[in-house]
Design a protein around this ligand. Structure first.
Ligand code: SF4
Length: 55
């Protein structure tokens, strides 16, 4: 189950751009997981250069 570490996320939007069904930017400007399995399918933790996607 993937989740976003909001302390590490800088809101660059890369995860949402790569995987719009898996993640989106929330109202706080940080990423949110829409569907963990989809995000995993797009590369999961490896997507985020800031290591903000965690299991
Ligand atoms: Fe946040 Fe990482 Fe997604 Fe960028 S790629 S919005 S830093 S979780």
């Amino acid at each position: 189950m993937l989740k976003i570490n909001k302390e590490k996320c800088i809101g660059c939007g890369l995860c949402a751009a790569i995987c719009p069904e898996g993640a989106k930017l929330g109202e706080d400007g940080k990423a949110e997981v829409i569907e963990s399995e989809k995000l995993q399918g797009c590369g999961g933790k490896t997507i985020c250069p800031y290591e903000a996607i965690e299991e």
